[in-house]
Design a protein around this ligand. Structure first.
Ligand code: 48H
Length: 267
């Protein structure tokens, strides 16, 4: 069949209509995940696999967070035995060396992203979460979003709000969502030693990786911290380009989120 003459108006309407339809479905979500790094993408894939309505919000135009840069821009990451299965189940090829496994950064981003999308996750790039909503019983019950471009340009544009039964802070080193809750709720305290977000400690791969899954917790009703954000919240060390803990933290975050959904009911 010959191509029809192209209509710019038709192209525009297809984009707008498709976006509006999909966006309409996330106004009331089960789980909102902030940050499309390894922890966020893994948690999202597993939760969407349960049939939950899951969205990932990523302020940059690219997903993958810190995976791309590998170690000092060498595009490779290393994982340990405990993370092998979670990577191999989505087809990431690993090069084995005495209990360490090396993966290509680009392949890792591509396969984590593709597996999440195939599981039903909606990924919104160029969208920044600037706040959360907090209601009855002081529970986090949604995210407040704006275009990343608005944030980068420093424009004064009011955001939109989306409801969610559970929010996962997978924003990496900055632990932005957790910090925001403490800043905005007078007297709010987390389950950490000082109740705050002390930030990560200096590099120690063994201790940092060892602490990560245990640090992946519901730190405030309805708010789970995952990935590097969990180590920032619980003052555990950074670990450099060993990434196994990030994937395992994503798995743990999915378990914690399931318990929250069971407590609060699905959207
Ligand atoms: C929307 C946001 C917002 C926001 C941030 O940094 P990430 O890759 O996070 P993790 O925890 O999945 O993985 C950490 C790992 O990449 C790492 O940094 C390691 C292992 N470091 C060790 C070391 O020693 O340094 O991804 C977080 C994502 C990024 O893409 C951000 O752009 C995004 O979150 N993000 N998106 N709204 N408010 N804040």
């Amino acid at each position: 069949m010959a191509n029809k003459p192209l209509s710019e108006a038709r192209i525009t309407s297809l984009i707008v209509e498709s976006f509006a339809r999909d966006f309409g479905e996330v106004i009331e979500m089960d789980v909102a995940i902030v940050g499309a790094g390894p922890a966020g993408l893994t948690a999202a894939r597993l939760l969407a696999g349960d049939g939950l309505n899951v969205s990932v919000f990523e302020r940059k135009l690219s997903v993958g967070g810190g995976i791309w840069g590998g170690g000092m821009l060498f595009p490779r990451i290393v994982v340990q035995e405990t993370a092998r299965e979670i990577m191999e189940e989505i087809g990431i090829r690993l090069e084995a060396h005495d209990g360490y496994y090396v993966a290509d950064s680009v392949e890792t981003v591509a396969k984590c992203t593709s597996a999440a999308i195939d599981a039903g996750v909606k990924i919104w790039v160029g969208v920044s979460v600037e706040d959360v909503m907090i209601r009855e019983n002081d529970e986090v019950c949604g995210v407040v979003i704006n275009w990343g471009a608005v944030e980068y340009a420093g424009l004064h544009v009011d955001p939109l709000a989306l409801s969610a039964k559970c929010v996962i802070d997978a924003t990496g080193h900055a632990a932005e969502i957790a910090r925001g809750v403490l800043r905005k709720i007078p007297g709010a305290k987390f389950s950490t030693e000082d109740g705050g977000v002390p930030g990560e400690r200096p590099m120690h791969a063994e201790i940092g990786e060892g602490a990560l899954v245990g640090n992946t917790q519901e730190v405030y009703p309805g708010l789970v911290v995952a990935g590097m954000a969990a180590n920032a919240v619980f003052a555990s060390p950074r670990m450099g380009p060993i990434f196994g803990g990030m994937f395992l933290s994503g798995c743990r975050a999915a378990e914690v989120a399931r318990d929250i959904i069971a407590r609060r009911g699905s959207a």
